[in-house]
Design a protein around this ligand. Structure first.
Ligand code: HEC
Length: 179
């Protein structure tokens, strides 16, 4: 059988190339991972509040056209608290880590002299973890669009916390518990 002496040579080169490619691949992967860790959107770790419809209802409110927050939060919203957050409300807005508060916003449909809930617009969430979210008053903020699990908050500090700062004296929570 005739053997082409170049075959072996090519094999060796191929092996070397593969090793180089592998190392290059690792390098790209590491850079990618580092970028991911450094630039991962803040708040992307606030979980969807599974089961919040079974939590305690704190209050509801309707923002009508003309309200300064209409564009962002116009409609009917209901606020819910998990057990830890409920204790925080009852203590006069002093919330412990593990508190989760939900702002469930719907379109307000006005028809036949009644206002009813339309489509869900957003599920807003605040999660208390004083270490993790120390830059935003100990609260992680997130919003989930409509009935989906799609996250809407890119920058919790600018989009949410900047305004919730106004409720600083009440642990950054505007709403209060009523009997
Ligand atoms: C311009 C001001 C403003 C911005 C911006 C804002 N909020 Fe609020 N938020 C309020 C007000 C006012 C209330 C109280 C509503 C009520 O009393 O029913 C509230 C209530 C809430 C509540 C219920 C707990 C509480 O504070 O009463 C949650 C949860 C919430 N917001 C999440 C968010 C999230 C998430 C974002 C960012 C996407 C956000 N908010 C952005 C003004 C704001």
């Amino acid at each position: 059988m005739l053997r082409n002496p170049n075959i072996n040579k090519n094999k060796t080169n191929g092996g070397l190339m593969n090793k180089l490619k592998f190392k290059l691949g690792l390098l790209i992967l590491s850079i990618g991972l580092l970028g991911f860790v450094l630039f991962y959107p803040q708040g992307a770790d606030v979980p969807y509040p599974e089961g919040y419809r079974g939590w305690t209802h704190i209050k509801s409110m309707i923002l009508e056209k003309g309200h300064p927050l209409y564009d962002a939060f116009g409609g009917i919203h209901h606020v819910y608290a998990n057990k830890t957050a409920l204790a925080g409300y009852k203590a006069g807005n002093k919330f412990k880590d593990g508190s989760v508060i939900v702002f469930d916003l719907f379109e307000a449909v006005s028809k036949d002299n009644a206002i009813t809930e339309g489509n869900r617009k957003v599920v807003g969430v605040m999660v208390k973890n004083s270490k993790k979210y120390k830059n935003t008053g100990g609260w992680g903020f997130e919003g989930f669009a409509g009935d989906s699990r799609n996250r809407v908050v890119k920058n919790m500090e600018g989009e949410c916390f900047a305004c919730h700062m106004q409720a600083k004296e009440k642990d950054f929570v505007f709403s209060e518990y009523r009997k």
